[in-house]
Design a protein around this ligand. Structure first.
Ligand code: M7G
Length: 188
């Protein structure tokens, strides 16, 4: 029998062409595939370009089914994200390990998680985990610590609220300063 996940998940993709300004952001964001079993996950993952081959400016998302990977989605609107920056050498394994931890429900605060995103950027490729209730500091720290530990990430890591207030939500003017941080750790 197929091995079902607790949640169904959807891959989304956005290409860089329409990202020049805020008013058109999201117009090229597309859902690609939804999967619910480990078999489906591997057949999709194995047929995707490896993360090192995507174009700069592109975004690849894996979100719980029915949650749109936008700050404006009602489930995401009060949330935020933890972000890690990676060199190309460790990007693919970090992305895969993040996905496996998500779909396998490895996080103690897994209900808090919306999904993960991979941003391909010339100034440094990034992986973020998006969560639901940014104000719940304890839950955010639990996810951040567990994720950092899982990937053996040693750099400082910050958690940013999508919106700091309702006013902020209306103007989409974000304060990009991290609200929570986990410190740098020296390699052993
Ligand atoms: P990014 O792609 O998260 O980071 O956001 P980057 O700076 O590494 O490229 C870039 C810009 O895209 C933001 O400043 C927003 O203008 C826009 N943007 C990104 N996201 C995820 C959203 C979103 O969910 N909603 C809206 N309205 N704009 C977004």
């Amino acid at each position: 029998p197929p091995h079902s996940f607790q949640n169904s998940w959807t891959f989304w993709f956005d290409n860089p062409s329409s990202k020049s300004n805020q008013t058109t952001w999201g117009s090229s964001l597309r859902s690609l595939y939804t999967f619910a079993t480990i078999e489906e996950f591997w057949s999709l993952y194995n047929n995707m370009h490896p993360p090192t081959k995507w174009v700069h400016g592109a975004d690849l998302y894996c979100f719980k089914h029915k949650i749109e990977p936008k700050w404006e989605d009602p489930v995401c609107a009060n949330g935020g994200k933890w972000t890690m920056v990676f060199p190309k050498a460790t990007l693919e394994s970090s992305w895969l390990n993040t996905l496996l931890a998500l779909v396998g429900e490895q996080f103690e605060q897994g209900d808090e998680i919306c999904g993960a995103v991979l941003n391909f950027r010339t100034r440094g490729d990034k992986i973020s985990i998006w969560t639901k209730n940014a104000a719940n500091k304890e839950a955010q720290l639990s996810i951040g610590k567990q994720w950092k530990e899982l990937l053996g990430y040693t750099e400082t890591m910050g958690f940013i609220f999508h919106f700091l207030s309702q006013e902020d939500a209306k103007t989409l003017d974000r304060n990009a300063k991290p609200q929570y941080t986990l410190p740098r750790r020296e390699k052993q």
